[in-house]
Design a protein around this ligand. Structure first.
Ligand code: NAD
Ligand code: 0WE
Length: 277
């Protein structure tokens, strides 16, 4: 695979921020980190647990990260320690990237009505939506000079996507959280937005039952007739987190080749997606 190249510049010069949600080099959060670093940002990273440290630390170090700390968003003590480390090292921060989601694997196969349990619902909401509120509260306490935050969402929040199930409900909550956070933090000059990305081949998308079909259908039906490129997501993140994004807050911005805009695909696209010629 060709190495990704990101436009270089000084848009993020002098800005410090936290990247939450890198698991490996395919993570959306990693592409965003590379783009922000190419524009001069200073970065801190969290990793979910010891198992992921082995992957995340070398990546983070390659961008000269000052702070690399464990953080499990379901654990208050771990969240305290993470934001204490930032406070102790930097004192203040300018931006936050939240790129974290989880639902039990059994929730993501089969029908929503049958698969969704009380516990599965609570876990998906806790890790995929509440964690953004908690992180935003802690990060904003360190943003005295204004700032910006983003989270990652998916179209399954707005429309039914087979098997996405309770994650779709959690993403709808996450997008609503984005608007409420934008309202609360706006008076302090802190912007809060979400990027709704089309399907990307990451760890979180691996092993989706209908994966092959999904990528084929997305490509055929999308306005641009191509799957989503990570570069586009990273570019949107740079826009939303830099001064280019001034005046934009509370928004859910789609980066999905225009798939979200299509109500019914062209006949030939539909045939192509089903492999009929
Ligand atoms: P990924 O697996 O690389 O990232 C998911 C991250 O969530 C991992 O780093 C994992 O460690 C972290 N995480 C899960 N539970 C956690 C916990 N309890 N505490 C701390 N971290 C935890 O996959 P990705 O595709 O880069 O996903 C990032 C975000 O992008 C997610 O919010 C996902 O819903 C969203 N998204 C993904 C796609 C896609 O097709 N891949 C499309 C749109 C949106
Ligand atoms: O948000 C996501 C996936 C998030 C996710 C992934 C997993 C896999 C491993 C949340 N929880 C888990 N739990 C696990 O055990 N995406 C946008 C990618 C995705 O996932 C799908 C999709 C798409 C797109 C699941 C079903 C259908 C489509």
């Amino acid at each position: 695979m060709a190495k990704r190249v990101f436009p270089t510049g000084t848009l993020m010069q002098g800005k410090k921020g936290l990247i939450m949600g890198v698991a490996n080099k395919n993570s959306i959060a990693w592409a965003i980190a590379e783009q922000l670093a190419a524009q001069g940002a200073e970065l801190a990273f969290t990793y979910q647990g010891e198992a992921l440290e082995r992957r995340v630390r070398p990546l983070a170090e390659s961008l000269g990260a000052d702070i690399i700390v464990p953080c499990d968003v379901t654990d208050d003590a771990s969240m305290d320690a993470c934001f204490d480390a930032i406070k102790d090292t930097w004192g203040e921060m300018d931006f936050l990237v939240h790129s974290i989601a989880f639902a039990g694997r059994e929730q993501l196969a089969g029908s929503f009505i049958d698969q969704t349990t009380r516990e599965g619902f609570a876990t998906a909401m806790d890790i995929s939506a509440y964690s953004f509120v908690d992180s935003a509260r802690r990060a904003s306490a360190l943003m005295d000079a204004g700032g910006a935050m983003i989270t990652m969402t998916y179209l399954g929040s707005e429309r039914v996507i087979p098997n996405y199930n309770v994650m779709g409900v959690a993403k709808a909550a996450l997008e609503a959280c984005t608007r409420y956070l934008a309202a609360d933090l706006g008076p302090r000059g802190i912007r809060v937005n979400a990027i709704s990305a089309g399907p990307l081949k990451t760890l979180a998308a691996a092993g989706i039952g209908s994966g092959r079909h999904m990528f084929r259908f997305n490509k055929a039906a999308a306005a641009l007739r191509e799957n989503t490129e990570l570069e586009g997501v990273a570019g949107a993140a740079l826009y939303l987190l830099s001064s280019l994004g001034t005046s934009c807050t509370g928004e859910t911005h789609h980066v999905d080749g225009g798939f979200h805009a299509i109500g019914m695909p062209q006949e030939e696209a539909l045939k192509q997606s089903l492999g009929i010629d």
